[in-house]
Structures are given as structure tokens and as C-alpha cells.
Design a protein around this ligand. Sequence first.
Ligand SMILES: C[S@@+](CC[C@H](N)C(=O)[O-])C[C@H]1O[C@@H](n2cnc3c(N)ncnc32)[C@H](O)[C@@H]1O
Length: 238
Amino acid sequence: MAKNKLKKFAEMATFENVVQPHLDEVLNKDYKLKGKWNSEFFKNDNPIVLELGCGKGEYSTGLAERYPDKNFLGVDIKGSRMWKGASHAINTGLKNVGFLRTRIEHIASFFAPGEISEIWITFPDPQEKRIRAKKRLTSSIFLASYKKFIKPSGIIHLKTDNTLLYNYTCALCSHNGLDVKFSTADLYNSNLNEEVLLSIKTHYEALFTAKGMTIKYLRFTLDGHDTFIEPPQNEDDE
Ligand SMILES: C[S@@+](CC[C@H](N)C(=O)[O-])C[C@H]1O[C@@H](n2cnc3c(N)ncnc32)[C@H](O)[C@@H]1O
């Protein structure tokens, strides 16, 4: 492993704002912080917002800076990327953001019903092959998992460059009758003028916009739904 990566991993183990459970602490069981993130991790009663697939954590830290009265938790499996957000938070004294290193497949082991207020999914891997559709972070399987712990009216935000993933998620919302609050296939030319959407750019967003790709955005809730089914396959899917 590269020396730089090893150094980051060693530092991460000392960071108070990072939680890195072993698989046997979460596999088919509740993690010890489940239901206790406010009292034992953030040490306040403020709402908790997740960023799934946070990478270097630009949204988690950017939102934490803008909303001191909310808590943010970036989730990713890649520790060397997460190190950037975690060290930025430590170096700038940002106390309302933390990082959880885990596979999102285990996310329901971490939170009690209603413990999470909102979810951001920022530039997730699109998993374009049809056979991998259920691995998309907005698939019916993942939505059923998020439903276990998000507040009933909690917003799920998807920001992506990927047309297939955007269309798939729109179709899934429509097929399941989910309440879509806003959607656009071209965020920067839409009438949605919200600072956090337009000014916080993740590492991948910067790469994609430099290539001239349009950014898509969708926000919806799972309110009133407990089960979710996949939309019919699109003819264009591989
Ligand atoms: C394309 S990157 C986007 C990172 C960041 N959100 C950005 O916009 O720069 C996707 C991220 O999701 C993470 N990821 C993908 N699938 C995951 C999973 N099942 N569990 C945890 N992390 C995952 C990857 O490690 C990677 O950091």
C-alpha cells in the first residue's frame, strides 16, 4: 500500500470525528451507537443529516459550515478519501460533522427509526449495467433500508452527472408514487436558486463539470411508503 495511504489510515485511527467499525460489529446486528448518535457522538439534540458515498466529504463539511444547528455524518467505505474531510473538520474546529467508514449495505445497523432527518447522495457510482441496478444507492433495496431510519418527511437529495441514474431514480419515484419535491436534468440552468446546491461542489462534480457535463438534481421523500419496487427496465440499459 502507498506510504501516503498508510499515513492517512494511521491518522484516521486517532481522529475523534471518525467511526470505523469492524464488520463483525455491524453484520446482522445493531451497532453500539444506534439511537445514540446525538447523546454520545455529537453531544447535542440537533437533527442529523447523512451524506452517502461522501468521498472527500465536501458536502458534509460544506453543509456543516453553513448549518451549525445541524449535525452531518459523511459515510463512505474509502478511508483515504474520507481523511480529507475529517482532517479539514479537525483543522477548522468544525464540531458538527463526523465520518462513518462502512459499506452502505450495512447502514440500517447504525440508526434507530427517525434518527436521521435528511440524506444527501452525491455523485454516486451509477452502476450502469442493468444487472447491477440494485447496487445503485437509490435502488428499491437501498430505499427500503433508508426508510428504516429516516424521519417520515425527511428529504433525500440526489445530485449526479449521470443521465441513466437520474432517469432511473425519477422512474423509480414515479413507479412507487413517491413525493418528488423537485427535479431537474440541468441544475445550473434551472430556476432552483439555492446556495448549497449551486456553490458546494464535490471532487467528482468539479471533474464532471470541467468535462462540460450537465448536473442533474432530484429531491424526494419516502413518506407514506414502506416497500419499494424496481421500475420497468429502460430499453437503453445494457
Ligand atoms: C464517484 S464517488 C463520489 C464521491 C463524492 N460524493 C464526490 O462527489 O466527489 C462515489 C463514492 O461512493 C463510495 N461508495 C460507493 N459504493 C459504496 C458503498 N456500497 N458503500 C460505501 N461507499 C460506497 C465510493 O467509495 C466513492 O467514494
